[in-house]
Design a protein around this ligand. Structure first.
Ligand SMILES: Cc1ncc(COP(=O)(O)O)c(C=O)c1O
Ligand SMILES: [Zn+2]
Length: 419
């Protein structure tokens, strides 16, 4: 089992102890480029394995325990990972596949992060889990804390999307709805400083990203995609991005496989964002993604922050990647089109990559025949109210009058039952 050696700064490489998980790199913060830490191992991960003789089970991300910071026997697990990869050529965006992360235990990709973060929390002897989240991260953290039997405090925002707050509370987390978003970070920070609470999410600004052990969970998305593609990795992976945790984790996972010689290259990565922060940094060459305000309130609250992170930018730069800024109309369009053409109903944030692919294909950045994998981060039932607003009400039928139903099929749905 690989033993983590240190937490290393992703920018300057400085090593910090394994207990430094609640902080970023003080040196880089002092230099004005706040950077997250990542787990550094004493040995090459997976060196004793062969890609064609990987363990058949368990049916979860713990199949890849040889690449993770603790053994499967120490896992707090709900069967996360091992999600399907669907061909969605029917969308008309060329050769595209969807990695369906809505199939995770709390119905989002955040389960991979929460699983690793909370498993390490227990291994390190943490007694209280804390999260600042407006949605999926808090829901996942609450579930894994419950599984671990650890108390969990979540500071969320008043007006956060209903089903996700319901999830947090259902799992027994102690949830607070903060009137001011910014207070969430101040409050987690106080819990960490005063009582040694264990944070799973980012909680100070400028944000650097989430708990480094949690990000190790996202590496397994890259391993699964590589294996599902028969080790012939796609040309591009496109993700909805906020703090770039999954972006950085996927880059790290692919890079580990490349170092082992299991894949010949790391796919190029593209960020679908709503703020434009990463796109601005790529355009100007800035070391730090700038604050970038939107003109409209976003329907993709899950990726609604105004500023990207150094780790996200780093993953894009290392892979000669791209960032595209997506608006509400595009997400409404692609949410409906994806569900109708493929049977996959995704959260608004999770369809932003399809809009990004359309634009990147049109610009020639993604070549017409290039193979693309989209990370579908969460399912549509995380936020049905947004879909309902787009769809409007279904026609009512006062009684069981089939002729009236036939008329409504034609007038409301444009479907002629006689044709
Ligand atoms: C559904 C969904 N997609 C994407 C993201 C962006 O995640 P990341 O911080 O890994 O960029 C989030 C959460 O922040 C999310 O909830
Ligand atoms: Zn540093």
């Amino acid at each position: 089992m690989p033993r983590p050696a240190a937490l290393a700064c992703i920018s300057c490489g400085a090593d910090y102890p394994l207990t430094h998980y609640a902080d970023d790199c003080p040196a880089c913060r002092g230099a004005g480029v706040p950077s997250n830490l990542t787990v550094r191992y004493a040995e090459t991960l997976g060196a004793a394995l062969r890609r064609d003789a990987l363990p058949a089970g368990p049916n979860s991300l713990w199949r890849f325990a040889d690449f993770l910071p603790l053994p499967a026997s120490d896992a707090i697990t709900l069967g996360e990972g091992a999600t399907p990869l669907h061909d969605v050529a029917a969308l008309g965006l060329g050769p595209v596949w969807v990695k369906d992360e809505s199939r995770n235990p709390t119905w989002s990709f955040k389960d991979r992060l929460a699983c690793l973060a909370v498993s390490m929390a227990r291994a390190l002897g943490a007694t209280v889990i804390a999260s600042s989240s407006s949605g999926n991260a808090g829901a996942a953290t609450a579930a894994y804390a419950a599984r671990a039997g650890l108390p969990c405090v979540v500071f969320t925002t008043r007006g956060a999307v209903g089903p996700m707050v319901t999830q947090m509370r259902a799992y027994g987390a102690m949830v607070f709805e903060c009137a001011d978003r910014a207070d969430r970070w101040t409050l987690v920070s106080a819990g960490v400083k005063r009582f040694g609470w264990y944070p799973t999410t980012t909680y100070f600004g400028p944000a650097v990203g989430s708990n480094p052990y949690g990000i190790e969970g996202y590496k397994t998305i890259a391993y699964e995609i590589a294996e599902q593609c028969g080790w012939a990795v796609p040309d591009w992976c496109v993700l909805p991005v906020c703090y770039g945790d999954a972006l950085y984790g996927m880059w790290k996972g692919f890079e580990e496989l490349r170092a082992l010689g299991w894949i010949d290259r790391v796919p190029r990565l593209a960020a679908a964002e709503v703020s434009g922060s990463l796109a601005a940094a790529l355009a100007t060459g800035a070391a730090m993604p700038p604050v970038s305000k939107r003109n409209e309130p976003t329907i993709a609250g899950s990726i609604g922050a105004d500023q990207g992170t150094v780790q996200g930018l780093d993953a894009l730069r290392r892979t000669d990647g791209a960032a595209v800024t997506i608006d509400n109309a595009e997400m409404e369009h692609w949410q409906a089109r994806l569900a109708r053409a493929t049977g996959l109903y995704a959260e608004p944030a999770s369809v932003a990559p399809f809009a990004a692919i359309a634009r990147l294909r049109a610009a020639g950045t993604i070549a017409a025949g290039a193979r693309v994998v989209v990370l579908l981060t969460a399912g549509g039932l995380k936020d049905p109210a947004t879909t309902d607003r787009t769809l409007g009400a279904a026609p009512g039928l006062a009684d069981g009058d089939f002729d009236a139903a036939c008329r409504a099929l034609k007038t409301h749905y444009g479907f002629d039952p006689h044709a």
